[in-house]
Write a protein that binds this ligand. Structure first.
Ligand code: VGL
Ligand code: ZN
Length: 248
């Protein structure tokens, strides 16, 4: 191949590509149906608050950019719900999802495990460490359940429902069904990992699912944020803004 025919990535071309990518992201976001006002049904709606733990907040070991900005909308939203449950990322030391557990690997590398691809993370949310605690700014005294996930040393779990082997269930779907909930509102950290997977599995378990966008923040590793919104849109999950969620 002659050098002349190879496209050269000029600065201008790079900027053009970046704006196309940004536009594609916007299109992907728009394609997820946006609801206007949603009235909470106090008895059949549940609010699932995902992983608002110190390690995902600024200063934490796996800090999500602006992760602290979810706390106020989450507290305000939680006040409007009668029923709230929370998830907590909860790993033993030496967990398989930690880059430090794999010789020569670094955070954000991707490896193959028996259950599929695994992004490797900095050590985070080690059980009983400060980083695994919920932020003390989270103010939800009426929270009814804490579902811990990722405690199996060999299996990660972004989802609050099903672990990364896509077989092991946490029990959350059974719990929510037994309590008669029909619709799940989901928010927290991080949009593209634990919030996204939890929302997808809530929907797959038969709950109508709404993600409250301004009460989430993403990590965005290698395009993961746009992909998460696209996957959620395709699954029929709606998104809304917390201002649209009205107490029932
Ligand atoms: C999460 C990466 C690893 C999350 C948890 O809460 O989104 N992300 N563990
Ligand atoms: Zn984790």
């Amino acid at each position: 191949m002659g050098e002349r025919s190879a496209p050269r990535l000029t600065r201008r071309r790079a900027l053009e590509l970046a704006s196309v990518a940004a536009a594609a992201g916007l299109v992907a976001n728009r394609s997820i149906a946006q609801s206007s006002v949603v009235q909470i049904n106090p008895d059949t709606d549940v609010f699932i608050v995902v992983d608002v733990q110190y390690d995902f907040l600024p200063g934490g070991n796996l800090a999500v950019p602006k992760g602290d900005e979810v706390i106020k909308p989450i507290n305000d939203l939680a006040d409007r719900f009668k029923h709230v449950v929370m998830t907590q990322d909860w790993h033993p030391e030496g967990h398989i999802s930690f880059a430090s557990s794999h010789k020569g690997k670094k955070p954000f590398d991707v490896i193959d495990l028996p259950y599929g691809k695994q992004v490797l993370w900095p050590d985070h949310c080690i059980w009983d460490s400060k980083g695994a605690e919920f932020s003390e700014a989270v103010d939800i005294p009426h929270n009814q359940l804490i579902i811990r996930k990722g405690f199996d040393p060999k299996i990660d779990s972004y989802s609050g429902f099903v672990e990364a082997d896509r077989k092991t269930r946490t029990g959350l779907a059974g719990y929510l069904k037994e309590r008669g909930f029909k619709r799940a509102f989901v928010a927290g950290l991080a949009t593209d990992f634990c919030v996204g997977w939890t929302a997808l599995d809530a929907k797959a378990a038969g709950f109508e699912t709404i993600v409250v966008e301004d009460a989430c923040r993403g990590i965005d590793a290698a395009g993961s944020l746009a992909k998460a919104w696209k996957d959620m849109a395709e699954a029929g999950i709606t998104r809304t803004a917390s201002a649209n969620v009205k107490a029932g």
